[in-house]
Design a protein around this ligand. Structure first.
Ligand code: LUZ
Ligand code: MOS
Length: 753
């Protein structure tokens, strides 16, 4: 089945925030962000801006009727600055005008006088200063200190990953429309409608039930709209609250890049110990997360770094400590993988370092240490591992020996081009690490004409979740897909939603749909049994017909629906699902936090131009654990998109802040993302069909985030190619591997220092 949005997408008819027809009298907002990254506010002068023709009003923190606070995990983030500014771009004032152009012009007339304080952008310095967002966390298994003394080989190093701009095609934005009695309807481009509703209620000082947040779909989110869509919606609602007028604000791309947080950069220390057999016996890592100026989701991101610090490997002795460091950058936030990729990069670097020193390939160490069934993760959960199966299948299916031979032949006959290969096994835990967030609701109506409407807490952001929700309902009722419509995500229909995040949206909301459908079907079967004079237990509904003991009766879906209505039987149901069996003890840092894990292995080959430092990704051949996919096309799209996004993070996407905390890579001219010319020339995806996970919706495993981590393979393949050209290269472990870095690596030397 195709993505149900593909028809309107390709015709340009899909409705995004900026396509919603304007209500008469709509005004337009623009935020004034601090021009400096850190300091005490001495004065704020908005008078010239407020006096401009077409400017309706300029709002500051003084206009907030409730709390000036939007921090989700830690209450450390004001909506609008009061006495201090903590990052360049921090919202200070909101201009509302009759057009966006006027609002933007007025913002330029605002004057902010600031006594500047020291700007910190480096998380290690922040940690030394004791500037942490939350207390550090440590995950421990076995006894790494003792284990190291028994290791034949011990290697240490530093590994660093940079941030990543979400670059959703649709920038952040919202549109608020007044309703009666101080109620407000807000269209928001958010992954978390309830987060928007909750913080908006706090800021406005009104109950949540007066706030209807509606989300049709997003033009991409990638985590950037899990928490950071909230403030823009509140800005619109704040103005609407005061002015009783519709207010809209869609950010300009450069505003969005400047003012919103990105993937958390990390700098980390690692130490890895192996025995004579190259079994990893001990691993220690210290992660310094660049959290930015407020906690936002960084503490949760940090937690997932620890959960995934050993990636797809079993290590019996682990000590991993993570610091969430406060710096003067925009608060960094969720980004596809949510700290997992940052943790996994570090152990891959440790393995690469060990392999290099031992004169073997990383693959030899990787393969030897893959998770087996019942191996224990550092957080106590036991693995139901597909790691070996994915690796095995990948090496045989893609003929790794031939790949290696071809590379050897090529490299022997080329001096200025080198090819190399890498393996990237992945293991990703599915569930929100915060246990309480693993719940969802769905509202299903069967209308008297036999058509069905489905509402859930899931937000469609291009990932195809609505298609899956439709499939669940159509499958449960056994009706054709065109009988089902999936509605916008709306807080008046579905309350207390978890954000669409953690790859868990289809599982959680799909199960809720399933539960709602089951209850309606049960009631309809009773009606059918009465009509057909038989036991309810022998009734089934298949292909829009009623069956008795698997024999077709004359009763159709439409007739049964109408008969149920006439008998005053409810054809509506609200389903609630909470993932069973998961728990976590934060004091012990042990538990069973994940419903299941997703596994896979990618084999990446690259060619480096050793004169220029440029490169191509020749091929990515991967085996991915889909469970039993319920939609191979949608899932393939997730693999392709995730992989390329991961390659972008690891290779060309380079976020640059200067020492003053100013974003220099603030446009698409200075921030390069993968395009069609930089994707792998060849991409093969093999569907490993596994059947064990009944906590996945229809046993179709979550597929949103895991494939991003395959992109890490591109980094290590490029590194291997540099080493093939210059074994003495002193290239370290610092992503992204830009062409400049490749060139420097090609002509560097360990002895030169
Ligand atoms: N968001 C969140 C996430 O709030 N908790 C999580 O565990 C998570 N994991 C992945 C992506 N987003
Ligand atoms: Mo996410 S990083 O699943 O919003």
């Amino acid at each position: 089945m195709k993505n149900i949005d593909s028809y309107t997408h390709t015709r340009g008819e899909s409705i995004y925030l900026d396509d919603i027809p304007l209500v008469e009298g709509t005004l337009f907002g623009t935020v004034y962000g601090s021009p400096v990254a850190h300091g005490k506010i001495l004065s704020l002068d908005v008078s010239e801006a407020a006096g401009m023709e077409g400017v309706v009003r300029v709002f500051t923190y003084k206009d907030i009727p409730g709390k000036n606070q939007i921090g989700g995990i830690v209450p450390d983030e004001p909506l609008l600055a009061e006495d201090e500014v903590h990052f360049n771009g921090m919202p200070v004032a909101l201009v509302v005008a009759t057009s966006t152009e006027i609002a933007q012009a007025a913002v330029k007339k605002i004057k902010l006088e600031v006594e500047q304080h020291t700007v910190v952008t480096d998380p290690r310095i922040a940690q030394k200063n004791g500037s942490l967002l939350v207390p550090p966390r440590t995950f421990k298994l076995g006894d790494s200190a003792t284990a190291f003394s028994n290791c034949k080989y011990v290697f240490e190093g530093i590994a660093e990953t940079n941030g990543q701009e979400h670059l959703y095609i649709e920038t952040q934005g919202a549109y608020a429309i007044p309703a009666e009695n101080n109620s407000i309807k807000v269209y928001s481009s958010t992954q978390g409608p309830t987060a928007v509703q909750r913080h908006m209620a706090d800021v406005l000082g009104i109950p949540m039930h007066r706030l209807e947040i509606d989300v049709m779909r997003l033009g991409g989110g990638f985590g950037g709209k899990e928490d950071q869509a909230t403030c823009w919606a509140i800005f619109c609602a704040l103005a609407t609250y005061h002015l009783k007028k519709p207010v809209k604000y869609c950010l300009h791309r450069m505003e969005d890049m400047r003012m919103t947080g990105k993937r958390n950069p990390y700098t980390s220390d690692f130490k890895i110990g192996l025995d004579a057999d190259h079994k990893i016996i001990a691993y220690e890592a210290t992660f310094y997360q660049n959290g930015g100026a407020a906690a936002d989701l960084s503490p949760a991101v940090l937690e997932r770094t620890l959960f995934h610090c050993t990636n797809s490997y079993f290590v019996p002795n682990v000590t991993a400590t993570a610091y969430s460091c406060r710096t003067n950058l925009p608060p960094n936030t969720a980004f596809r993988g949510f700290g997992g990729p940052q943790g996994m990069f570090v152990i891959e670097a440790a393995i690469a370092k060990a392999a290099e020193e031992l004169g073997i390939t990383a693959a030899e160490i990787q393969q030897k240490n893959l998770l087996k069934n019942d191996d224990e993760f550092p957080y106590g959960q036991k693995a139901a591992s597909e790691a070996g199966a994915c690796w095995q299948k990948a090496t045989t299916l893609y003929e790794i020996e031939k790949i290696k031979r071809d590379i050897a032949v090529f490299n022997a006959s080329h001096t200025l081009h080198k090819k190399a290969v890498s393996f990237m096994p992945i293991c990703f835990g599915i569930s929100f690490t915060k246990i309480l967030m693993n719940q969802a609701r769905a509202l299903v109506h069967v209308y008297m004409d036999g058509s069905i409407s489905v509402s859930t807490g899931a937000v469609e952001m291009g990932q195809g979740v609505n298609t899956k929700m439709l499939q669940v309902a159509a499958t449960m009722f056994s009706v054709s897909a065109n009988r089902v419509k999936v509605n916008s995500t709306n807080t008046y229909r579905i309350a207390n939603t978890s954000p669409s995040a953690a790859s868990a949206t289809a599982d959680l909301n799909g199960k809720a749909v399933q539960i709602a459908c089951e209850k309606i079907i049960e009631r309809m079967k009773e009606v059918a049994a009465g009509m057909l004079q038989c036991e309810t237990t022998v009734i089934s509904i298949k292909d829009e017909k009623v069956f008795i003991s698997n024999e077709p009766s004359s009763l159709t879906w439409n007739e049964l629906v109408m008969a149920s209505y006439l008998k005053r039987v409810s054809l509506s149901e609200h389903g609630h699902y909470a993932t069973p069996g998961i728990y976590f003890d934060n004091t012990k840092e042990k538990g069973h936090p994940f419903a299941y894990h997703v596994y896979g292995t990618a084999i990446t080959t690259v060619t480096v131009d050793c004169l220029r430092g440029t490169y191509e990704i020749d091929a990515v051949n991967l085996v991915h654990d889909f469970g039993t996919t319920m939609n191979p096309i949608v899932d393939k799209g997730q693999i392709e998109g995730g992989l390329v996004q991961g390659i972008g993070w690891m290779t060309m996407e380079e976020i640059v802040y200067d020492d003053e905390g100013r974003l220099r890579s603030n446009a698409l001219s200075t921030y390069k993302v993968p395009d069609i010319y930089s994707v792998p020339k060849e991409l093969s995806i093999h569907y490993l069909e596994t059947k064990n996970d009944n906590l996945a919706i229809f046993r179709s495993k979550a597929v949103g985030e895991p494939p991003l981590m395959y992109g890490i393979g591109a980094y290590f393949a490029l590194r291997n190619a540099i080493k093939a050209f210059n074994p003495d290269s002193n290239i370290g472990f610092s992503a992204p591997m830009t062409a400049e870095k490749v060139l420097l690596g090609l002509y560097s030397s360990k002895n030169a220092g």
